[in-house]
Design a protein around this ligand. Structure first.
Ligand SMILES: NC(=O)c1ccc[n+]([C@@H]2O[C@H](COP(=O)([O-])OP(=O)(O)OC[C@H]3O[C@@H](n4cnc5c(N)ncnc54)[C@H](O)[C@@H]3O)[C@@H](O)[C@H]2O)c1
Length: 355
């Protein structure tokens, strides 16, 4: 491996430009050598701005021509698995945006490729990498929560459908609506803070009630390109219930559009010694002090991003063998199986066993 890691990027849309590119540009151990986007003009514009010499519209060509050490995948969801497997087979370590894949077979194939070729595969779980999440993890690891036995999490938007008619709302390209889009973030955070129990059974319901509505009063609808002639065949609300192998349970709720009082993301975990809530990034602890139930508000430094910079730095530490991965392919397989199970449960109207 050369002194600087050679990076190739697949997919140069919003999340790459906004959250990945600034970190890569500032990373002393990484050189961006090639960009690829099927919409080549997007990649070309970034390349021109930052003096990146090689631009492609076909990632297989990029992987064949460039000797890449690392590949960052930021395409729409349906292409993550194939791009990751091709990059791993070409010898690169892979960082891949969430969700890992749009179905369980693809998630398993990605994980298997990473083992077979001894390459790192890390999906983005940026919410684990905020200062608040790190604090909560330390609090849990120190045993202050006791036995964590149940929780609730969600990300509920009033009006925030990303790119209506574009890839986000087209199941073939996205794998689903807010459950796979937003659910990955907070179900993952819950499971990580619960100590990564194995999900064993799920139950869920999905609804699509806003496909025909023209209302769009949320900043979150800025994600994705709209297409008035396009498809909307995913849910706009999902609710569900997850059972884990250790007896713990998790209630979930994710919406892109819903007639509710307030938009928020949240996570509550309840343990035998304490509980906590995380609401729009602000944490509160609930515990007994001197036989009195108290609410403790940690005074944490606000951070500028949502964890991408810390996770990208961690990925490089893992590639350089300075750290063990915090996010593993096996956890990705569990996550995609869980989400697929909820969709299956919603379709069949009954609980689905995952193991
Ligand atoms: N972690 C987060 O907080 C977060 C936030 C937003 C989006 N995302 C994820 O990032 C990914 C991209 O989302 P986005 O909002 O940037 O979408 P986007 O549509 O803005 O960008 C996707 C880009 O990928 C390109 N692309 C699609 N298929 C390709 C292929 N086969 N080869 C090369 N390029 C291809 C598209 O032309 C587009 O430029 C999604 O998986 C999404 O779930 C993550």
């Amino acid at each position: 491996m050369s002194s600087k890691l050679k990076l190739g990027v697949i997919g140069t849309g919003n999340i790459f430009r906004g959250a990945h590119l600034p970190v890569w540009l500032g990373h002393s151990e990484v050189e961006i050598v090639a960009l690829c986007d099927v919409a080549m003009d997007k990649a070309q514009a970034i390349a021109n701005q930052h003096g990146i010499s090689h631009v492609y519209n076909d990632y297989k060509e990029m992987l064949a021509n460039e000797q890449l050490d690392i590949v960052d995948i930021c395409t729409s969801n349906a292409y993550h698995a194939q791009a990751a497997i091709c990059a791993i087979e070409a010898g690169a370590h892979v960082l891949c945006e969430k969700p890992d894949a749009t179905n369980s077979a693809d998630a398993e194939a990605m994980a298997a490729a990473s083992i077979r070729h001894d390459r790192i595969l890390m999906a983005i779980r940026n919410n684990r990498f905020t200062s608040t999440s790190s604090f909560l993890r330390k609090y849990v690891d120190a045993g202050h929560m006791g036995d964590i036995y149940t929780g609730r999490c969600g990300w509920i938007r009033r009006r925030g459908i990303p790119g209506k008619g574009g890839w986000f709302t087209t199941k073939e390209l996205s794998g689903g609506g807010p459950l796979i889009d937003l659910g990955v973030h907070f179900i993952d955070l819950a499971m990580w803070l619960m100590g990564n129990p194995k999900p064993v059974a799920v139950s869920g319901a999905t609804y699509c009630k806003f496909a025909e509505s023209s209302l769009s009063d949320s900043i979150h609808s800025q994600f994705g390109e709209k297409n008035s002639e396009g498809t909307f065949d995913v849910e706009d609300l999902a609710t569900g219930f997850v059972r884990f192998d250790n007896g713990a349970t998790l209630q979930i709720e994710f919406s892109w559009a819903s007639n509710i009082e307030e938009e928020m993301n949240f996570l509550e975990l309840r343990g035998t010694k304490a509980g906590f809530s995380l609401r729009n990034g602000d944490a509160k602890l609930f515990t007994e002090i001197e036989e009195t139930l108290c609410m403790v508000v940690p005074q944490l430094k606000k951070q500028a991003d949502f964890g991408h910079a810390s996770q990208i730095n961690h990925f490089i530490d893992v590639v350089r063998k300075r750290s063990q991965p915090i996010v593993t392919p096996e956890q990705g397989v569990d996550m995609i199986k869980l989400l697929a199970g909820i969709y299956e449960s919603a379709r069949l109207g009954r609980e689905i066993q995952l193991t």
